[in-house]
Design a protein around this ligand. Structure first.
Ligand code: UDX
Length: 385
């Protein structure tokens, strides 16, 4: 399986002589002191994090003074305590990862902070992890293991909260005739708020936010605390994906038999990751309304085809737009900004575009002949194109 991550293949190639791959545990243990556990922790049916892969790896590791287990996987607070209870004498450090897909290499090489969580007795192990990361820069924060685990979950939940918040503001902006882009810019200038993660759109997806917000909610619930705010964050995100259907309906009436083109399928640009992508829910909802869905994504096509069997996959954006009654920009791939939109308008049965990421220039799109609808902008229903 190949992973689409800009710069990753080049990084591995540049360091090829210093990287050894093995499937033999003995070989690994003989050559390394710091053992990073980096397996995924997908959600279980209950919404808790599935720790079976973490457990499978940890059970193979030795308890000795030569090795340190460093937990990179995102695990619920309390996991480190439980592993250390099961394996007394194990040197254990929690060092959560905060990189983003699409910019993973740059994020890893320039961390804004490195969290090193350890408990009494593991000071040397924590110092070894700090020494490894120090050359990368960024503030190094030492905490206990449980706090380090919580920092990761709380950070993702907070960023998701910011997105759901601005999406609700966007929905109110549509009601009152304000522009969420202007509102976010004005809010972001307040350094207490900050400008990042205030891009309104059709909701967050990916391998982390949906899973980690639910995992934190469940962790709280399992510990006896009802995390009310996160329920709303999740619900707003679910509804946000569906609002696009209403926007199309306001222009087209019934969607039965209408051909709708989805531009972009991956959960964000510069990745082929389809996990929890908004496109999955949107495509299903459109098909539920009887629409015929055609889609194009520059890199996620293969993965998307496995999940969206009944969606027609086009070879280019223009091919997807051919004869379509409407288009939805789902993922803000750069090539969509460079598309010949006049040509696109000419090819469509009705040049109507819902820009689910507020990515394109409304003035240019309208000049090209489009009825353009963004998220959190004044409604244009009925306006001449
Ligand atoms: C996220 C965290 O940012 C990262 O720190 C953590 O290690 C893993 O999870 P990632 O999922 O790769 O990273 O992508 P991110 O850029 O955070 O975007 C997540 C989702 O939020 C995407 O669907 C994106 O489109 C959406 N998003 C992001 C918005 O809708 N608005 C924003 O302002 C920012």
């Amino acid at each position: 399986m190949t992973i689409h991550e800009p710069g990753l293949a080049e990084l591995i190639q540049r360091n090829a002589e210093r990287i050894t791959f093995t499937t033999e545990m003995d070989e690994l243990l003989a050559g390394a002191r710091l053992l990073f556990v980096c397996v995924d922790t997908p959600p279980t049916y209950s919404g808790d994090a599935d720790l079976s892969r973490v457990r499978a790896v940890v059970e193979e590791l030795p308890v000795d003074s030569d090795h340190v287990l460093i937990m990179k996987s995102t695990v619920p607070a309390g996991t480190g305590d439980s592993i250390r209870r099961d394996m007394p004498g194990l040197s254990y450090v929690s060092c959560p990862e905060f990189l983003k897909e699409g910019t993973a290499v740059a994020d890893f090489q320039n961390p804004d902070r490195v969290v090193v969580g350890s408990d009494p007795g593991d000071e040397q192990a924590a110092a070894a992890v700090e020494a490894l990361y120090r050359p990368l820069g960024g503030e190094i924060l030492h905490t206990d293991v449980s706090s380090a685990e919580m920092i990761k979950l709380a950070s993702n939940a907070f960023l998701a909260t910011k997105i759901s918040f601005i999406n609700e503001i966007a929905n109110v902006c549509e009601e009152v005739g304000a522009d969420v882009g202007e509102v976010a810019r004005g809010m972001g200038l307040d350094e207490r708020i900050g400008s990042s993660f205030l891009r309104a759109g059709i909701g967050y997806g990916g391998s982390c936010f949906p899973k980690d917000v639910t995992a934190l909610k469940m962790l709280a619930g399992n510990s006896g605390y009802h995390f009310q705010l996160l329920n709303s964050v999740i619900e707003v995100n679910e509804l946000q994906k569906r609002r696009v259907v209403g926007k199309l309906g306001a222009h087209l009436g019934s969607l039965l038999g209408k051909r709708v083109a989805l531009l972009g399928l991956a959960f964000k640009p510069d990745t082929d990751d389809m996990r929890e992508a908004s496109s999955l829910v949107l495509a299903a909802r459109l098909q539920g309304e009887g629409a015929e869905v055609v889609a194009y994504d520059p890199v996620a096509r293969e993965r998307a085809s496995e999940l969206l069997g009944s969606v027609e996959m086009a070879d280019s954006a223009l091919a997807a737009l051919d004869g379509a009654d409407a288009a939805v920009l789902v993922t803000e791939w750069r090539e969509f900004a460079e598309l010949d939109w006049s040509e696109a308008a000419a090819r469509m049965a009705r040049p109507l575009l819902v820009d689910g990421r507020n990515f394109l220039d409304p003035v240019a799109l309208r000049a090209a002949g489009f009825e353009y609808e963004g998220i959190g902008k004044k409604q244009e229903i009925g306006a001449p194109s």
